[in-house]
Design a protein around this ligand. Structure first.
Ligand SMILES: NS(=O)(=O)/N=C1/NCCS1
Ligand SMILES: [Zn+2]
Length: 261
């Protein structure tokens, strides 16, 4: 009897490997990033995002996260440079967050858990489609940005959070036109990079991670807004959509490179 994966004790990260064997691999994500183990790589190039606001389509609640999807039928919104061998097409962005402001991110930096983590998922168009790209070690690039709670929130987050009321329950979606996610980026483009996996089942090891050092500031109210989402459908008992983050996984013999000293 099929029981969907999730983040609860009976279907959460510790159980995923039963249906998704990749979850016990040697290149899993997220991981702990510790300064003393990071390797500064002066040859790392800057990364560039060239996003077309017209590519933004829809915002949805899939019961696991809040996701904005983009038209990825051609090289319309792309990420390039950094550790990437070519352009990667923006397909969607989504968030991970906690049940309170003191945790919620997936990656952990020198023991610091942030309130949340924004992921912009891109795929390598040298492969015929996204699903094919997910089967390749160089198939996916995720740009990760930490959400830190502070007093002067980033105004640009408002647009996404204003839509939350329209997608309260699982399966709800709303049009989300004219949105360039690069307005969410912090000032500094400094990043860490390593090779890992998608952090949700099937946990394929296909991701070049680009994790920005500088978090973006959100307000506690904005985090509360994300936590007001429900993981259930409209006509089901209400369960808040919170703590949709995977714990850190063993790094094994992977190098984490830094673009900055
Ligand atoms: N959180 S993540 O970006 O690594 N995982 C994903 N799974 C399918 C689309 S994105
Ligand atoms: Zn994610």
């Amino acid at each position: 009897n099929y029981y969907p994966w999730g983040y609860d004790s009976d279907n959460g990260p510790d159980q995923w490997h039963k249906n998704y064997p990749f979850a016990k691999g040697r290149h899993q994500s997220p991981i702990e990033i510790n300064n003393k183990e990071v390797h500064y790589d002066s040859s790392l190039l800057p990364w560039f995002a060239s996003y077309d606001p017209g590519a933004a389509k829809t915002i949805l609640n899939n019961g696991k996260t809040c996701r904005v999807v983009f038209d990825d039928s051609f090289d319309r919104s792309v990420l390039r440079g950094g550790p990437l061998p070519g352009v990667y097409r923006l397909r969607q962005l989504h968030f991970h967050w906690g049940s309170s402001d003191d945790h919620g991110s997936e990656h952990v930096v020198n023991g610091v858990r942030y309130a949340g983590e924004l992921h912009l998922l891109h795929w390598n168009p040298k492969y015929s489609n996204y699903l094919d790209a997910k089967r390749r070690t160089d198939g996916i690039a995720v740009l990760a940005i930490f959400l830190q709670v502070g007093e002067t929130p980033k105004a640009e987050m408002k647009r996404i959070l204003e839509e939350i009321n329209a997608i309260k329950t699982k399966g709800k979606n709303a049009p989300f036109p004219n949105f360039d996610p690069s307005i969410l980026f912090p000032k500094s483009h400094d990043y860490w990079t390593y090779h890992g996996s998608v952090t949700t089942p099937p946990c394929e090891e296909c991701v070049t991670w680009i994790i920005l050092r500088e978090p973006i500031i959100v307000s506690s109210d904005q985090m509360a807004k994300l936590r007001s989402l429900s993981k259930n459908a409209e006509n089901e008992p209400d369960h808040p959509l919170v703590d949709n983050w995977r714990p850190t996984q063993p790094r094994y013999f992977r190098m984490v490179s830094a673009s900055f000293l």
